[in-house]
Design a binder for this molecule. Structure first.
Ligand code: CA
Ligand code: CA
Ligand code: CA
Ligand code: CA
Length: 269
């Protein structure tokens, strides 16, 4: 069996745990062909039929597969689009502000991010690429500049940074601005941690054993990171309000010690 694409040496051994679910899904999966080594996927309605379609990053053949739904739970055959080398993390959002959902994917061995703008009929334009830091593994989106257009934040695992790419117009992005993190950021998530209605970022620093908070200034710029201790080898972060105080808290998956860490947001800074 092929191994997942590890881009760098992990400090912790992989653990597998059995998950027993009782969700009443169909008895057996139906499989659809992608490219080689599909690694990440996003769902969105790419052709305006209100049916969720799939965008899949294929790590080994430098493509994204777009797989449109037929509306009855089955899917059409894939359509392949070229990306940069070793596409890793894929997301869907309307970057061009035309009500057509587009796709972004990190090219982990090309130090770039690919943007595929949608024509609205399930067909995408050829990729446009923008430079990032070294080994971009994870991409997320949020409006960091306050213009209601979705921007991009990319975790660059080997340059120990997050790249911010601001959407300017028609799906065109400005040149990336790098913000330092601690060692080997592997995941980045948006959230408003200081309740100022400006989107901030939290970052899991997988070799730093920390979480970085980058407070947003609302104009696309961010403050210097504030770091908090995490567990061992934190690889993924997400947000939620875990204590019901309407302030955004964060959760971090600590790959190396079998825990999830919770950091509760305190009073406004
Ligand atoms: Ca669009
Ligand atoms: Ca924006
Ligand atoms: Ca904020
Ligand atoms: Ca809270």
């Amino acid at each position: 069996m092929a191994m997942p694409p590890l881009l760098y040496t992990s400090v912790a051994a992989m653990e597998h745990s059995k998950v027993n679910t009782h969700i009443p899904l169909g008895k057996s999966q139906v499989q659809y062909t992608t490219g080689n080594a599909p690694w990440s996927l996003a769902t969105a309605d790419f052709n305006g039929d209100h049916i969720s379609a799939l965008a899949v990053s294929n790590f080994d053949d430098n493509t994204v597969s777009i797989i449109l739904g037929k509306g009855n739970g089955t899917f059409q055959s894939r359509v392949q689009y070229t990306t940069g080398k070793a596409p890793y993390s894929v997301i869907a959002a309307d970057f061009s502000h035309d009500k057509r959902t587009d796709v972004a994917v990190t090219n982990s061995r090309k130090n770039s991010v690919t943007i595929m703008l949608s024509n609205g009929n399930g067909i995408f334009q050829s990729q446009i690429t923008y430079g990032t830091g070294k080994t971009p593994v994870y991409v997320t989106t949020g409006d960091f500049s306050g213009d209601s257009r979705p921007d991009l934040a990319v975790a660059n695992v080997e340059s120990h940074s997050v790249s911010i790419l601001l959407s300017s117009r028609n799906g065109i992005f400005e040149e990336a601005i790098q913000h330092s993190t601690e060692q080997n950021p592997h995941s980045v998530a948006p959230g408003d941690f200081n309740s100022d209605n400006r989107t901030d970022l939290d970052v899991a620093n997988s070799f730093g054993n920390t979480v970085s908070i980058l407070l947003g200034n609302g104009n696309g710029t961010f403050e210097t990171q504030i770091t908090y201790a995490a567990g061992k080898s934190p690889y993924c972060v997400t947000t939620g309000d875990f204590n019901g105080d309407y302030r955004t808290d964060l959760a971090v998956a600590n790959f190396g010690d079998g825990t999830v860490g919770i950091l509760l947001s305190k009073e406004r800074r």
